[in-house]
Design a protein around this ligand. Structure first.
Ligand SMILES: NC(=O)c1ccc[n+]([C@@H]2O[C@H](COP(=O)([O-])OP(=O)(O)OC[C@H]3O[C@@H](n4cnc5c(N)ncnc54)[C@H](O)[C@@H]3O)[C@@H](O)[C@H]2O)c1
Length: 380
């Protein structure tokens, strides 16, 4: 196999961006698309001169594809991913891998059982700053983590929420900022800072005319005694993102795509207990970091996924990692809704029950002005 033959399931805003992207990668070829909306399926299949389906199951058994990108609304990701793997098709799913941890568990189980290549579109993992931050943490230069922070805003206006029936509803999307805009940041936060063992969260709908949360924050506790802080919102601008990971040998600060690493000459516990002078503090050096020249964005993840199929290249964004952000998101929603601290891993049945009751209370939207427009930040 020289090129991986791709189908795309769900060719709205994001799916169409993937269609264009696949054309531009040497290792990939677009051979089929599917969308439940007949007009959309026809429009995109015509534009790219590939076969179009309205039923994704027909696409899976068509013999036209080796792999699929799943770019439908979130609730369908596990169902379609499992069906694809069982049809002997590799799966690159859009984020989040699922709305609930229980559904994510079944997707991971299918990947393990079928042995198909399984990736998730967390393209920020490809950024040079993230690759370097991971190396610093994995090499032990940061030391043991003492404290974390993430401020994770991603502004959206009301027209965005009004652009589809599924957006910002419990029944169609399964949450608000946490399940849609925040997962990229949360994925990085879990990747660099690790999973907390307990969260105490608040969630609210502060500004938008939507039934799900547009703001969330949480106090985090980690199993080694570290504390952390998290905030997500779609109601502040500019959408400047910040991650701080403080270790006992240094501190990493990520502001958008700019990374700084401060290392300590003596570790915090050692200096604190041994230093004799009253106003002493550990010597801090800001290290000069070298960043690799590398491909970034969606193309980097799609190419790496294709190379994993073709040559066994290690995945930058394995699908199995996708459960970490779902675990965190479910924990925050459960804690915020029940007004209590929640331990991770989340109780699967408790979250399922909560989500079912929220879905039951979900209202059909009164104002919908459909727009299927690709995010202009695509591939950044
Ligand atoms: N990685 C990223 O940067 C990024 C950016 C935007 C969106 N996304 C993700 O992409 C997904 C889609 O978002 P979007 O903004 O493109 O939404 P959208 O509403 O523009 O498109 C979704 C499309 O899926 C189709 N669809 C719905 N159910 C389907 C089914 N069962 N089978 C086939 N097609 C179906 C709809 O008709 C629609 O055309 C979401 O999961 C979202 O989180 C990822």
């Amino acid at each position: 196999m020289e090129k991986v033959r791709f189908g795309i399931i769900g060719v709205g805003g994001m799916g169409q961006a993937h269609a264009k992207n696949i054309q531009e990668i040497e290792e990939t070829q677009l051979t089929a698309v599917s969308d439940t909306d007949k007009k959309t399926a026809e429009k995109v299949s015509k534009e790219y001169k590939v076969t179009g389906f309205t039923d994704y199951k027909e696409l899976l058994t068509s013999g036209l594809i080796d792999a699929v990108i799943v770019a439908t609304p979130h609730y369908f990701h596990p169902e379609i991913g499992i069906a694809a793997m069982e049809a002997d098709v590799h799966v690159l799913t859009e984020k989040p891998i699922a709305v609930s941890v229980k559904a994510a568990d079944s997707l991971l189980e299918a990947a393990k059982r079928t042995g198909k290549v399984f990736g998730v579109m967390y393209q920020s993992r490809s950024l040079p700053a993230i690759r370097v931050a991971r190396e610093i943490i994995e090499s032990g230069r940061l030391g043991e983590i003492r404290r974390t922070l993430m401020v994770n805003p991603d502004y959206r206006c009301q027209a965005y929420y009004d652009s589809s029936t599924w957006r910002a509803t419990w029944a169609g999307e399964g949450g608000g900022v946490l399940i849609n805009q925040a997962p990229h940041g949360i994925d990085l936060f879990m990747l660099l800072g690790g999973m907390p063992s307990r969260v105490t969260a608040r969630i609210r709908t502060r500004l938008h005319n939507i039934e799900v949360e547009d703001e969330a924050d949480a106090l985090l506790e980690y199993s080694n005694g570290a504390w952390g802080y998290y905030l997500a919102s779609t109601d502040e601008a500019p959408s400047e993102k910040r991650i701080e990971i403080v270790g006992d040998k240094g501190k990493l600060v990520l502001e958008n795509e700019t990374l700084k690493f401060y290392s300590l000459k003596t570790s915090i516990p050692e200096f604190t207990l041994k230093n004799k002078a009253m106003w002493g503090g550990p010597e801090v050096v800001e290290e000069k970091l070298e960043f690799p020249e590398c491909e970034t964005g969606h193309s980097a993840i799609t190419r790496n996924f294709a190379r994993c199929i073709l040559q066994g290249e290690e995945l930058l964004s394995p699908g199995e990692d996708g459960i970490k952000s779902v675990e965190f998101i479910n924990a925050l929603i459960l804690s915020g809704k029940k007004n209590k601290p929640v331990a991770l891993p989340v109780d699967r049945e408790e979250y399922k029950e909560l989500l079912e009751s929220l879905k039951k209370s979900s209202q059909a939207k009164k104002t919908v002005k459909v727009q299927r427009v690709t995010d202009p930040h695509f591939n950044k």
